[in-house]
Design a protein around this ligand. Structure first.
Ligand code: ZN
Ligand code: ZN
Length: 136
């Protein structure tokens, strides 16, 4: 999805982050992976192509992206924080077995009850179960 890459690169520049080859590689990998990879997964995938890149660089880049609002850090699985480039409010389906994550459009119904005075920004649900590939 090159459109997503273009959008992320534009937002990266707006945030004053230089488009270095390492940052661009991370942006591309994030945009191409609907499962919102963790820092470790990104590092494992990119280090053969970019042997000079350290895990700290990947982690710090993702933190800078999160601070700039390019990605949302999410705790969806036990395997670590995942980084979500889809900044629109949306729900997730998460597989209990393989940990795969899929973005889904939010359901239309509002929240059952929210504390009074709480200013609602978004409703995001996690649907947990077993994905098509893992189902017996
Ligand atoms: Zn699965
Ligand atoms: Zn998502």
């Amino acid at each position: 999805m090159s459109h997503d890459v273009d959008r992320l690169v534009a937002r990266m520049r707006e945030a004053g982050l230089k488009a270095t080859p390492q940052r661009l590689a991370i942006v591309r990998e994030l945009a191409d992976d609907p499962t919102h990879p963790t820092a470790q997964e990104l590092y494992d995938r990119l280090r053969s192509a970019m042997p000079t890149m350290s895990f700290a660089t990947v982690y710090n880049t993702l933190s800078a992206f999160a601070d700039a609002g390019l990605v949302t850090p999410r705790s969806l699985t036990a395997g670590g924080t995942r980084f979500d480039p889809n900044t629109e409010p949306h729900d997730h389906a998460v597989c209990d077995r393989c940990g795969d994550v899929v973005d889904i459009s939010p359901a239309d119904e509002g929240p059952a009850s929210i504390p009074s005075g709480f200013k609602l920004r978004a409703v995001e649900r996690i649907y947990r179960g077993v994905c098509e590939r893992c189902v017996d």
